[in-house]
Write a protein that binds this ligand. Structure first.
Ligand code: ZN
Length: 60
């Protein structure tokens, strides 16, 4: 599983995203970015910022 914490990019945001693939995370983050942060367009810069902070997580 992969996990992204929005707070790593937007200080104070507590949203966390855990999905099988990076693509699913980016989709969910795009929706969240618009709803919660008023970011209408996820730019390539923003995508690299996000993907740089996606972590691999394992559940026992
Ligand atoms: Zn957020």
């Amino acid at each position: 599983m992969k996990q992204f914490s929005c707070g790593d990019v937007v200080p104070g945001c507590t949203a966390k995203f855990t999905y099988e693939t990076q693509e699913e995370i980016l989709e969910a983050v795009a929706v969240h970015a618009e709803d919660a942060h008023g970011i209408k367009e996820v730019t390539p810069d923003l995508i690299s910022l996000i993907t740089a902070r996606i972590q691999e997580v394992r559940f026992a």
